[in-house]
Write a protein that binds this ligand. Structure first.
Ligand code: NOJ
Length: 555
């Protein structure tokens, strides 16, 4: 058992951890039904151990109608039969701990599924009932209440309100859903909701999990009176006309985080909370204050273009904001909600990719994307703080940008009237073995989303042990990051580098990233250094285009 399981040695392991995100439906399929499952994940945990990560974070595997890929939870304290059983979840945690991997699970507190027993009870109980008080029900506006209570927009497009049919068969109240209509928002002003989530935390903590990634944690509390907000804020939330959206980042969220922190701290070991909140670093750092969450995703970094000056600015603001409250900064380039970075970086021009990439859109250059993705990853892993990886990025896996539209499951595709493609392209089942069925994802030919033919070339068995492969680059980077103490170090910018080149010193290492399309000469300044690792063929004197090098400094 490791420290996480015994609570023996507090290490603040999370400050410089590398945490690997598993998307259960697409990782490994043990029962051959075309969808990944928990036994499949357990059977592949050695891959994570040999990659050298500290922890895995599992996206939701709870009972769910899967209207939003499991972020529509029907029961927070069980396992969906498609993914296995509670015993399978316990076996996964046990095996991970044997391999010295900590396990973080997803907490989805802003909304549940319309299949949740409490929501069904709320519908059945009718207006004014205590059951409805667990959600955000309001009467409609207009003469007959047939207009929504306010002008808020769903993140998946269309109104954020849906009208219900009352038990007596009449058209009745409306309920709020910041996401899909199948995801009713909880009412966090109701103490019963707070108590119920404490029970969910305890349920999983009792089963040995090492923490929670907390879904849209900045939306739990809405501004009193639900004031008008006709805008749709996608990506990192910024004020519009000097005003901040009334559904995000309200002051009341912090007491909830402090309450949860109290629950986690009452357990042995170091169990952590990681905030999913698309906020600017200065607002993020209010969530990572002492006594609240341990860390938060850095989406400002994820959104930063592959440009030296932009990267430097985001790195500076992130480190300053989190540093001021004593929290580590995190870094992330890919997850199950965004275009994989190996594809995002595969365009020469600055394209607007908010609506996703479909078969008829300009296609990324796979070679360019991979080259930059490797460079971006090596830059990220050289930065002090914690880093999050998304399954498949260690293979340099591109987005499936030509997924036929009929396979799309992301609710945004329908709700946007087929204008926003959504996130299916980054959720394609993993390729493990080139010559196996479904590239080793399962032992049948079925996969819930089709894998492009070329995914076989990226399979784990094609890269493992092959010099220069992306998988070996990640493995080497994680070994060296630990040996050189990069995650726990301090960053010092290197002055006078050519335009488009970013360089900093972290302990005994200089990290130099060339974000331009031209090779860059560094002259003699690192003449005494040796290359510890490079995303391409770098040297202390020359960093090729779109390449990052880690230079071990002399003395
Ligand atoms: C963020 C999750 O990562 C995303 O997949 C989901 O659709 C929304 N939150 C709503 O739960």
């Amino acid at each position: 058992m490791n420290a996480a399981a015994t609570g023996a040695t507090p290490t603040e392991w999370w400050r410089d951890a590398v945490i690997y995100q598993v998307y259960p439906r697409s990782f490994a399929d043990a029962n051959g039904d075309g969808e990944g499952d928990l036994p499949g994940i357990t059977s592949r945990l050695e891959h994570l151990a040999s990659l050298g990560v500290d922890a895995l974070w599992l996206s939701p595997f709870y009972p769910s109608p899967q209207k939003d890929g499991g972020y529509d939870v029907a029961d927070y304290r069980d396992v969906d039969p498609r993914f296995g059983t509670l015993a399978d979840a316990e076996a996964l945690v046990a095996r991970a701990h044997e391999l010295n991997l900590r396990v973080i699970v997803d907490l989805v507190p802003n909304h549940c599924s319309w299949d949740h027993a409490d929501f069904k009870a709320a519908l059945a109980a009718g207006p004014g009932s205590p059951e409805r008080e667990k959600f955000i029900f309001r009467d409609g506006t207009g003469a007959d209440g047939s207009l929504p209570p306010n002008d808020w927009q769903s993140m998946f497009h269309g109104p954020a309100w849906t009208r219900v049919t009352e038990p007596d068969g009449t058209q009745g109240q409306w309920y709020l859903h910041l996401f899909d209509p199948s995801q009713p928002d909880w009412n966090w002003d109701n103490p019963a909701v707070r108590d119920d989530f404490d029970a969910t935390l305890r349920f999983w903590l009792d089963r040995g999990v090492d923490g929670f990634r907390v879904d849209v944690c900045d939306a739990l509390v809405k501004a009193p009176g639900l004031p008008s907000w006709p805008h749709l804020n996608l990506g990192v939330v910024r004020p519009i006309d000097g005003k901040f959206p009334p559904m995000w980042d309200q002051e009341g969220i912090h007491e909830i985080f402090r309450r949860w922190r109290g629950v986690l701290d009452s357990y042995e070991g170091e169990r952590i909370l990681c905030a999913e909140a698309w906020l600017m670093p200065d607002r993020i750092a209010r969530i990572t204050r002492p006594g609240e969450m341990h860390q938060a995703f850095n989406f400002a970094y994820l959104e930063t273009k592959w440009r030296a000056e932009d990267l430097r600015a985001t790195i500076d603001t992130s480190l300053a904001a989190n540093g001021a409250v004593g929290a580590p900064t995190t870094w992330v380039l890919s997850n199950h909600d965004v275009i994989r970075h190996a594809s995002r970086f595969g365009f020469d021009a600055d394209l607007e990719l908010q609506d996703g990439i479909g078969a008829d859109d300009p296609q990324p250059d796979r070679e360019l994307g991979l080259r930059r993705a490797r460079a971006a990853t090596l830059l990220m892993l050289g930065l002090p703080g914690a880093a999050y990886l998304y399954q498949g990025e260690e293979l340099g896996l591109p987005e499936h940008t030509e997924l036929p539209d009929e396979f799309r499951e992301d609710p945004t595709w329908e709700r946007s009237g087929h204008t926003v493609r959504g996130r299916d392209g980054c959720r394609i089942p993993m390729p493990w073995e080139k010559d196996a069925r479904a590239f080793g994802f399962g032992d049948t030919d079925t996969t819930w989303l089709p894998q492009p033919d070329y995914y076989g070339d990226y399979a784990v068995d094609q890269q493992s042990g092959r010099d220069g492969s992306t998988l070996e680059l990640y493995r080497a980077a994680l070994v060296q990051r630990r040996e050189l103490g990069l995650g726990g170090g301090e960053l010092e910018w290197l002055p006078d580098l050519p335009e488009g080149v970013l360089g900093f010193r972290n302990g005994s290492v200089a990290v130099v990233a060339n974000t331009t399309r031209e090779d860059v000469e560094l002259g003699d300044r690192f003449a005494d250094a040796t290359v510890a690792l490079a995303s391409g063929v770098g040297s202390p004197r020359l960093v090729p285009a779109d390449t990052t090098v880690w230079l071990r400094l002399a003395g």
